[in-house]
Design a protein around this ligand. Structure first.
Ligand SMILES: *Cc1c(COP(=O)(O)O)cnc(C)c1O
Length: 574
């Protein structure tokens, strides 16, 4: 390494390559986009994660939509470079050996960000310990805590063994990496005369180094472990330090990270505010997520931007100049992306998609609060709306977590409704949602649908990927859409500016479904079929206003200026 890094980015999952199953969804994709934009902007960064030799899971759906999960087998050697150092971590009093593999992310100027993927599959380890870094979000709480020991302690040890130098900033992406706070404390204590004490100035100096990004807007979403489990895995000495950090009862990873970080942020304006009400004793900033422009833009739109916005790969502010892209060229590129999706859908599912029909896309983790079935809650009304104009077709995708019965049931219901709508509204459910599919879907539909139960969507990023491709959103006012929404310009809000459905008395799902149908009926379909020039204008503004802002380059610039900034030293704003 030529330059010692400014920041080490720790994340349980990172989406690096669509063929490497080292991510499960939004959090990992965001981590990948963060690293890619750091490389583009030449931010001196290294990243640390686990290798996940068996991935999250491969989703299989039977004809009725029942999900089963299979481990993913992938050839680690084809993607990663093996590194020599071996470090050890202590887990339940045992010594566990850890190695690392390297993946290099290259930015637009050729600058590199190395990503170290930690791996315990070594012959020196017991058979069980060899599996610690196998499955992302698999196993029980005990397995997860062991993984988090490897990430926090193993990650820091590995960076030291690799000679990464003094790293002034550590960025904890979500609470999974919070044991890094303890590892840093221990490192500082080891240099002290009385290493069994934990003086306040040591905690303060760790806080000076740490940046924490929280991603969850509800208390139940935060990673936590029972006290006896923590004691068993970490040992009494480390639990003593946890107590000194205010962790008396359960080990709450979010609270540990909050205690250990100087700069804390949520991932959209509203999420920062919601997090502050959950944890009023901490100042919580907002840095809204963004997506990596080149990664999420379809080939036809890449070519379009190359012609009209020649700097866009280096400088995403230039997406603002999309206002100058002519109608015909924008529509031609869109029809090409739409064709690619329709062909894929028809080959995979035989749904009979027609690229002249308004296509609605919905793809995200299949879990209750995302409410995938909201648009299917009144089929007669949906059929009437579709029948009044040129029709509707809907494409879905998304995996349910293996233990999420409600999510699995939602997928099954969509399959059931698909069969009932046959001949009137083509519906397709694509299996095994991943980064490749996400790009195909976000670029190939006409409108991107987002119906979370507020305030559950911390940010959401798939709507930003759609925006990169000129695809407007039809969305509940939550997460990033509160900032991204300009009615009839970047898409449409479900309901009005003040969400009347939030009144406690109204059945919220039905109220939102009603508002969704009204918007489709009165705005989206009439414009799509009746005023194509206006629809194209919406697409153009979606790129110019939202593409130019909700990208990872802007996000990384904000982390640099606000979170990574070093006292007394100016860092170029980027
Ligand atoms: C972008 C992405 C997500 C996150 O989308 P949300 O809108 O935040 O739910 C999840 N999974 C995959 C595969 C993605 O590419």
């Amino acid at each position: 390494m030529t330059k010692s890094p400014l920041v080490a980015y720790f994340s349980m999952e990172i989406g690096l390559d669509p063929l490497m199953p080292t991510y499960s969804g939004g959090l990992g994709v965001l981590a990948g986009d963060t690293v890619r934009s750091a490389a583009d902007l030449e931010v001196p960064m290294v990243a640390v994660t686990l290798i996940h030799r068996r991935g999250h899971f491969y989703q299989r759906l039977d004809a009725h939509g029942w999900q089963t999960e299979e481990p993913v087998a992938w050839p680690v050697n084809d993607f990663l470079e093996a590194l020599d150092p071996r470090v050890t971590v202590e887990v339940e009093g045992r010594t566990v050996y850890v190695r690392a593999w390297k993946y290099t992310v290259r930015g637009v100027t050729g600058a590199a960000v190395p990503v170290y993927l930690l791996d315990t599959d070594l012959v020196d380890n017991s058979p069980w310990d060899r599996t610690i870094t196998d499955v992302l979000y698999g196993g029980d709480a005990h397995y997860r805590l062991c993984q988090e020991v490897v990430l926090g302690y193993g990650g820091l040890c590995m960076l030291r063994a690799l000679g990464c130098g003094d790293i002034p900033r550590f960025h904890l992406n979500e609470g999974h990496a919070a044991l890094l706070v303890l590892a840093l404390l221990e490192e500082k204590l080891a240099a002290r005369a009385e290493p069994e004490e934990l003086p306040a100035d040591v905690i303060e100096s760790v806080r000076d180094q740490c940046v924490f990004t929280t991603h969850t807007p509800v208390p139940a979403g935060h990673d936590q472990f029972p006290a006896d489990l923590a004691r068993r895995v970490l040992g009494t000495r480390r639990c003593g330090w946890l107590e000194a950090c205010g962790q008396n009862d359960t080990l709450n990873m979010t609270k540990l990270a909050l205690r250990g970080a100087r700069f804390i942020n949520g991932v959209a304006m509203k999420h920062g505010q919601v997090s502050h009400t959950l944890f009023p004793e901490y100042p919580i900033h907002s840095i809204t997520n963004g997506v990596h422009a080149v990664t999420w833009t379809s080939s036809p739109f890449q070519a379009l931007y190359d012609r009209h916005l020649p700097d866009w790969r280096r400088d995403q502010l230039s997406l603002r100049y999309a206002v100058g892209i002519p109608d015909e060229e924008l529509w031609t590129a869109h029809m090409e992306a739409k064709r690619a999706l329709a062909d894929f859908v028809n080959r995979e599912t035989n749904a009979g998609f027609d690229r002249d029909v308004l296509t609605i896309g919905f793809a995200r983790r299949a879990t209750g609060y995302k409410r995938a079935t909201l648009i299917l809650s009144d089929l007669e009304r949906l059929k009437r709306i579709a029948g009044q104009t040129g029709g509707i077709q809907i494409v879905f995708a998304g995996k349910a977590h293996p233990n999420d019965q409600e999510g699995k049931e939602m997928i099954r219901q969509i399959h059931d409704i698909r069969d009932r709508l046959k001949g009137t509204i083509p519906v397709a459910y694509l299996s095994n949602y991943d980064m490749t599919l996400a790009r195909l879907l976000c670029s190939g539909v006409d409108v991107w649908l987002n119906t979370p139960l507020p305030p559950m969507e911390a940010s959401g990023t798939s709507g930003m990927k759609a925006a990169m491709n000129g695809v407007p959103s039809l969305s509940i006012l939550d997460g990033w859409w509160i900032e991204g929404h300009l009615e009839d310009l970047t898409g449409w809000t479900i309901g009005e500016k003040i969400d009347a459905c939030l009144e406690p008395s109204s059945g919220m799902d039905q109220c939102h479904a009603d508002a969704l149908y009204t918007k489709l009926e009165q705005k989206v379909l009439p414009m799509f079929y009746g005023d194509r020039a206006k629809y194209i204008d919406v697409m153009r503004h979606t790129i110019a206003l939202n593409g130019a802002f909700f990208n990872a380059q802007r996000m990384m610039g904000q982390y640099r200026r606000n979170a990574y900034r070093l006292a007394g030293q100016s860092i170029d704003g980027g």
